[in-house]
Design a protein around this ligand. Structure first.
Ligand SMILES: [Zn+2]
Length: 90
């Protein structure tokens, strides 16, 4: 069964979760996806991703260096239509 990945996207709390990185001057947030395993086997594995918002108003956002600038992320990939980078270290 090809289950949809469950998106635990906390959009309702966007103002709180979106942060502003002063190094790259982008706003960013962490996304948590539940990845269901292939072949009908359910692995409830959660993976963390970084979504970068370019041209996003940084006013009032928490200033925090993004995982990308900290070198914690892997390559850019598309997950559920979001262009994100996976956080591989924490
Ligand atoms: Zn950054």
């Amino acid at each position: 069964m090809k289950s949809e990945n469950i998106l635990l996207y906390e959009s309702k709390k966007a103002d709180k979760v979106i942060k502003h990185c002063k190094k790259c001057n982008n706003c960013w947030e962490k996304l948590l996806f539940q990845i269901n395993g292939a072949g009908g086997r359910m692995e409830s594995k959660h993976r963390k991703y970084v979504l970068t918002h370019q041209d996003f108003p940084s006013y009032g956002k928490t200033k925090e260096t993004c995982p990308t600038c900290l070198g914690l992320t892997s390559y850019t990939q598309s997950v559920k239509g979001f262009i994100v980078k996976e956080i591989i270290k924490s």
